[in-house]
Ligand binder design. Sequence first.
Ligand code: 13P
Ligand code: SF4
Length: 319
Amino acid sequence: MNGSTPFVPLKKAGLDPQAESLVRKIKAFKEERRALILAHNYQIGEVQDVADYVGDSLELSRYAATTDAETIVFCGVHFMAETAKILNPSRRVIVPDLKAGCPMSDMITPEEVDRLRSLHPGAVVVTYVNSPAAVKAKSDICCTSANAVKIVRSIPPDRPVIFIPDQFLGDYVQRATGRNLILFEGFCPTHMRIMASDIETARKEHPKALVIAHPECQPEVAMKSDVVASTSRMARAVQESAVQTVVVGTELGMIYRLQKENPEKEFIPACSTCDCANMKVNSLEKILWSLEDLSPEILLPGEIVEKARKALDRMLEVG
Ligand code: 13P
Ligand code: SF4
């Protein structure tokens, strides 16, 4: 189903008294716990509004790596909180809900990395951050959707590259760099829902619209879009464009930030069922409880942290 009607944000500006009280308590606890709240661009509006920083995976990694806050409350999905812990292991990293996973991340295992390495000796393993810590620990370098092209370009052209786990981001990188990558068949079930026909219909209905899409979308969708970028780069592209109507080819939560930053523009979801249930399990209540209890906490074996850190540090150095 394509979204021919403008998007109505989940929560309009202005909180009800119960939410206001939760926000006051969160702020008080945050101070007491010397905590930093990070939220991904797909989080529900209330969660974005209470966060210290809202961003894409790369930006949130950088905030996590450099903060001197005692506790990081990570409002996103599990691999993002793990990444924060790996980059800043002396900090306590807590999440509002441990059940916020990422199906794409679950598609790849450390054993699969071993198998791919044995099939392609000498290859460099580039791992999208949407992956478990144990997989990062077996990788040479990580990437996010914001820097994947740059990371692959940094690898000498004579070295084969294994790109895991997202075949569609990998495909996008192949087209952008002109390099052949050894791809794994992982994908995002949420972005998979957007069809090329959705973009065609939206373009017919909104001929002047700017069409933005995430590189996790299927290649036919990416190729039909004007801007293919990470979530924060999409936000920048919208701010820099004079176009009034924007067709959004990514997870629906993104529209809250876009609408907030561009109240005069109209946002049309490319697909009105493109929502990631995992990104939506966090709430104000759960943030408050996690701050009260300092739990659930992300804990990782030291050996995994040490190895995964190398792949993430290499990424931050390059991209
Ligand atoms: P970004 O790094 O672009 O924010 O994307 C993360 C993600 O999970 C997209 O589905
Ligand atoms: Fe994972 Fe897709 Fe959800 Fe992003 S949108 S967290 S890739 S399932």
